[in-house]
Write a protein that binds this ligand. Structure first.
Ligand code: NAD
Length: 253
């Protein structure tokens, strides 16, 4: 039986943890050969081991164009082709107006905006017609909470990039879409809640976050994987330039 992503070679940045790891697991289960990238070798190797033989890792920092070009050369050397890129690596910052530093601005826009540009740009020449790019945004692009203006701005930036980029690549057969999660139940989210409220308060804090949205819960990382697989595969062949909110309805109310 053919799986939806059979034969596709997919790169997922920031794939060693959280949302990226959930997407990598789903892509491998749907038949893709997956290359995950991240900043450090050890967590990358651990993640690769949990996904299995259809996954390998490359250390690359999305803020460094030379790293990204070297990473794509390695992917082509390993697999001979590239079909899908998921620009997932991203960071958050609590940065209220009045207390935002220049360092926070440079780091947040460096990873979330510049990093996405230099994940996508070198991939365009490598992707065949039918190639796909999925950029992981956030509901913060349209609903940034207090203190998250910098993060929301960086996610709104990539959403705007995509509206222009699909015109730049007209006729290439490559599609680019944004997948914007709401809250996802990741280790990094639980760690942030534990730091803010104490470890004992985490389960209740996760429940409270979920109660704020129409489905009454937050997402599992695999639910980002199934939605990303839809945008990456032929089932979405006439969809390009959209921002798909995968958020249990949060951005719609
Ligand atoms: P995470 O911290 O668990 O994972 C992010 C990964 O990216 C980490 O493994 C990290 O090492 C890697 N990374 C960071 N900077 C990098 C760089 N410069 N180069 C390469 N890799 C780098 O976070 P997550 O929650 O899984 O977030 C993944 C994406 O999902 C981000 O774009 C984030 O904005 C988005 N998102 C997450 C949530 C959520 O609730 N978790 C909600 C909305 C959007």
């Amino acid at each position: 039986m053919n799986l939806p992503l059979d034969g596709r070679v997919a790169v997922i940045t920031g794939g060693a943890s959280g949302v990226g790891l959930g997407i990598a697991r789903e892509f491998a289960d749907q038949g893709a050969r997956v290359v995950i990238t991240d900043l450090e070798r050890e967590p990358l190797d651990e993640a690769v081991a949990t996904i299995g033989p259809n996954c390998s890792g490359v250390v690359a920092d999305v803020t460094r164009l030379a790293d990204m070009e070297a990473m794509y050369r390695e992917v082509i050397a390993r697999h001979g082709r590239l079909d899908t890129v998921v620009a997932n690596a991203g960071i958050g910052a609590h940065a209220p107006l009045g207390a935002t530093t220049e360092e926070q601005f440079d780091r947040t826009f460096g990873v979330n905006a510049k990093g996405v540009l230099f994940t996508v740009q070198p991939a365009i020449a490598l992707l065949p017609p039918g190639g796909t790019i999925v950029i992981i945004g956030s509901t913060a692009s349209v609903q940034p909470p207090a203190g998250m203006g910098l993060y929301g701005g960086s996610k709104a930036a990539v959403r705007a990039f995509v509206r222009s980029w699909i015109q730049d690549i007209k006729g290439s057969g490559i599609r680019i879409n944004v997948l914007s999660p709401g809250a996802v139940d990741t280790d990094s989210l639980r760690h942030a809640l534990a730091m803010a409220q104490g470890a004992d308060a985490v389960p209740a804090a996760v429940r409270t976050m979920g109660e704020g949205n129409p489905t009454g819960r937050i997402a599992d990382p695999r639910e980002m994987g199934t939605a990303a697989a839809f945008l990456a595969g032929d089932a979405s062949s006439f969809i390009t330039g959209v921002e798909l909110f995968v958020d249990g309805g949060m951005a719609q109310v």
